[in-house]
Design a protein around this ligand. Sequence first.
Ligand SMILES: [Zn+2]
Length: 268
Amino acid sequence: MSNAKPTIVQTWAPVAEQMMEVAKTTFEILRGYRFDDSSPLAAASSPLATAMRAEIIAVGRKLWERQYVDANAGNISVRLGQKYLLCTPTMVSKRDMEPADICLSDLEGNILAGDRPRTSEILLHMEIYRGNPQAQAVVHCHPPAASAFAMTGTTPPGGLISEVEASIGPVAVAPYETPGTRAFAETVRPFVRDHNTILLSNHGIVCWADTVSHAEWLVETYETYCKTYLLAQQLGRPLSYIPDNKIEEILEIKRRLGLPDARLADRG
Ligand SMILES: [Zn+2]
């Protein structure tokens, strides 16, 4: 009888691994699926679109719970193939979104599926997708500490927290324009190629990444950095910066991985 347990372990481990492999492969196939020839209805009802809607809703709740979005503020989008976007609706709290609320849009911002009008900031999102093919998902919101810096048109200095250097690097500040307008969307154009995180003057923050969750991580990372910098200033002691040669080590990793960083762009 003492042999039974190892036998079960040996049987289950490969099955679990195989299931993981099948799940991974299925996800890869779904991500790589080309929607170019699909009708909007087929794209909107695909398993990938269903999974992305669930991710948008989960990230919207996180933004609201972390107090990064008040009232109906903030917006989220993700690319669905070459022709389509899924995005949040206008006039709905990010806490209360349901799958039917998520809009399917083309790259001109025309709504193709969904029960509600799309976010008014779709132009901002499309400007980012046009400006950088690496951008697959965009999150815009109003986290208090980052927005406080956006009121001043400045950012905290860099070189103080390794995580920020690795995942974000220098943050751009886009000039003020009236939200929802084409002029507003165009304010980020000079920055989207080399910055995954941009402060919007007198407004908030926008981040892009490969997924909605990762774009939200950038928001969290930068908001925490802004708060931590403000706390460090209260200590009345000089700030200790990461040495230049250690910053270089981080930049070398980012260069190898193809991650955006304005300091790498400056070197051509
Ligand atoms: Zn906003």
